[in-house]
Design a protein. Structure first.
Length: 175
């Protein structure tokens, strides 16, 4: 909850009015940000997630007539006009992208959709330099206290090798 609240607070501090959320999922951000906007569009690869959002929108007592959602991949942004959004949100979805080239493709398209002075909010990105620390923490919590150090190190390395989600070095964004 704290993570979600902080993310919402940071996005709302940007004073978004026309928002595109790439990877809106089941609407965790959408339902809290859209009431503050004049237009909100959310896309997600999952048809199930989009159907869930549509059902919640139609049942809501709040006016969400300015919200549109669609099931589509992150890179399919051609339907949107250039410079038509003041805020684009890409939060907690990059780890599901197939590779860094795909991320670059999505960002190149997103940049064209943001009006001058607008912003792209990128959040909850898995960090390559912290990947070992992440898996170490998980294994320390899940392993019995009696587990030998060398076996613990082996488990950590195995989990890292099996981790197929995209991780990004922070220098990527500076570059």
């Amino acid at each position: 909850n704290e993570w979600g609240d902080c993310t919402i607070e940071r996005i709302l501090s940007l004073r978004p009015q026309r928002v595109l959320e790439i990877g809106c999922g089941v609407g965790l951000l959408l339902f809290r940000i859209a009431p503050h906007c004049t237009y909100y569009s959310g896309i997600d690869l999952s048809v199930e997630a989009i159907d869930n959002v549509k059902a919640r929108l139609s049942k809501s007592k709040q006016d969400f007539s300015h919200v549109n959602v669609a099931a589509k991949p992150a890179h399919e942004l051609e339907e949107f006009e250039a410079e038509s959004f003041d805020t684009i949100v890409i939060n907690s979805v990059i780890q599901y992208f197939p590779n860094v080239d795909y991320l670059v493709q999505v960002l190149e398209k997103a940049v064209k959709l943001v009006k001058p002075g607008g912003q792209i909010f990128i959040g909850d990105v898995r960090s390559l330099p912290l990947l070992e620390a992440l898996h170490t923490g998980i294994q320390l919590c899940q392993s019995p206290v009696s587990l030998a150090c060398d076996r613990l190190k082996e488990r950590i390395q195995q989990r890292m090798a099996r981790d197929k989600e995209l991780v990004i070095h922070p220098d990527f964004f500076s570059a």
